[in-house]
Design a protein around this ligand. Sequence first.
Ligand SMILES: C[S@@+](CC[C@H](N)C(=O)[O-])C[C@H]1O[C@@H](n2cnc3c(N)ncnc32)[C@H](O)[C@@H]1O
Length: 286
Amino acid sequence: MLGKHVDPNKVTVGAVTGLSGLLREATARLERAGVASPRVDAELLAAHVLAVPRGRLVLIDDIRGGKATEFLDLVEQRSRRVPLQHLTGVAPFLGLELAVGPGVFIPRPETELLAQWAIEMVAPLPAPEVADLCSGSGALALAIAAQCPNAAVRAVERSLAALGWLRRNTSGTRVEVIAGDIRDVPIPAPLDLVVANPPYVPSTHRVQREIDFDPREAVFAGVDGLDLIPDVISRAAALLRPGGWLGFEHDESHDVVPLMEKDFERVERHLDLAGRPRYTTGMRRG
Ligand SMILES: C[S@@+](CC[C@H](N)C(=O)[O-])C[C@H]1O[C@@H](n2cnc3c(N)ncnc32)[C@H](O)[C@@H]1O
């Protein structure tokens, strides 16, 4: 019991503020709100408020006054489907923690597959030149830079709001930010690798409520979701050296192979863990 009167739509804090009780109540609240992973989210919010790793929560049962109120306020916001990452201010990506918030796309776990492919492609090269087109928070650029210490990595982004987060995340790293439109901003070339996670969701698609918090220009790309992808392919073709590689994410409904065949060979579609086409790669023809 958290209080004398518990409104079913609201978590209230009463005399008992033990963490395990609050977590149970918060989980129930998030479940009622339709949050996909209510217990995990409740624990991550508690860990954030208490400034401990989630695994340490089992060792804690005392959560007092201000901290309990702060936790319940975040649970309330999460139940209104504010993304978890906006509430904690960070998004994990391939072992990194990226600062995120309003104005920038939250990096998704499935994009780690593209990042891993990119790292495997450039890791053997002595001094690879890399560009991440449509960089957002910098997830792909930063993951590649972190794991390929010899790579020169540029992150290209045009949204002013996203650029603020990108500059914050890349500050003190080797990633160079290029502000502008991927279609015409000057980018040093020739490159060994281009990666991109452009906006690609068809504007007619129904999406999870959390996606309302991502900037529209980061997510949607016309009725078929293909407004920008042909430009990603042609810009990459212009920037890559013969034998250089392009890899980019796209909607599962897209067959981008025909768009790549003119300038790329060894074109391959890659599936995500659920078996859906998630990204496509190809090597610049000589
Ligand atoms: C789906 S988000 C991807 C962000 C990041 N790469 C990631 O994987 O988390 C797409 C990004 O492309 C940016 N963008 C859209 N059109 C662009 C354009 N023409 N030139 C540069 N950036 C663009 C958006 O502002 C957004 O940050």
